[in-house]
Design a protein around this ligand. Structure first.
Ligand code: MG
Ligand code: MG
Length: 251
């Protein structure tokens, strides 16, 4: 069931989103060669709890951590670990929280040390652009397929693959609500977007093929061909005008 949020509920989601944006950016800015993803995870959990919020990933269907930290060929759901990050690796950080009963969910990808291969840097840029291409279509009266189509066209025209096994989603009191928001699709298809819908748009883009498999830990999702992957996600709100990003970050 798709839930429509009223103005007061959206204000609460904005507060959750603002907090998450700030913490996501602080974690992103702490990434450097030599730091471990477990250290980043601890930092995120402390910041979330100090703000009076709850890390929503931790314990979700048994997930062990506050962050999903996915390196290079890992698309999503990587477990934080004690392996020091190395210069040039592509790290995706996905995290979520609950503040006063309302959820926010966001992911960002970075190159450890700031400088990576030409393909890694292009992948990072194109994945973020894919998010904004999808966002442009997140308008009242459009359909979910308009978002996915826009993401897919931009990724594929840059020679990249759109992960199909995972998708964006509605969000509200629950982290994963209807509708599914795939990163591929046909324009004019799927549920119609309405003012007051809050959704996560989250392109997961591979430098190679889109096919993936799950690791033996039951969580980590990796590309079959070993290609590096990038992930960019925000929680957004459909309005009667331009969509609003709730997890923007900054101040
Ligand atoms: Mg999500
Ligand atoms: Mg997420």
């Amino acid at each position: 069931m798709i839930t429509i949020k009223n103005a007061a509920q959206i204000e609460k989601m904005k507060a959750a989103g603002k907090l998450l944006g700030r913490i996501r950016d602080a974690v992103r800015d702490a990434v450097r060669p030599g730091i471990t993803t477990l250290e980043l995870d601890k930092m995120a959990e402390e910041m979330i709890r100090e703000a009076g919020a709850i890390p929503s990933f931790k314990g979700y269907h048994g997930f062990p951590s506050t962050l999903c930290t996915s390196v290079d060929k890992v698309v999503v759901h990587g477990f934080p670990n004690d392996v020091p990050l190395k210069e040039g690796q592509l790290l995706s950080i996905d995290t979520g929280l609950i503040l006063n009963g309302w959820q926010a969910d966001s992911a960002v990808s970075v190159i450890v040390g700031g400088k990576g291969s030409e393909i890694a840097e292009k992948l990072l840029r194109v994945t973020e652009e894919c998010f904004y291409e999808g966002l442009k279509k997140a308008r009242e009266g459009n359909r979910v397929g308009d978002i996915g189509h826009a993401v897919q066209v931009h990724a594929e025209k840059n020679g990249f693959g759109v992960i199909r096994a995972l998708c964006g989603h509605g969000i509200g009191r629950e982290m994963h609500e209807d509708p599914d928001v795939p990163n591929y699709g046909e324009p004019g298809r799927g549920p119609r977007l309405k003012r007051g819908m809050t959704i996560c748009i989250e392109p997961m883009i591979s430098a190679g093929h889109w096919s993936v498999h799950t690791l033996a830990d039951g969580w980590g999702v990796v590309t079959d061909d070993g290609s590096i992957c990038s992930h960019h996600e925000h929680t957004i709100c459909i309005t009667d005008d331009a969509p609003e990003i709730l997890t923007l970050g900054g101040n």
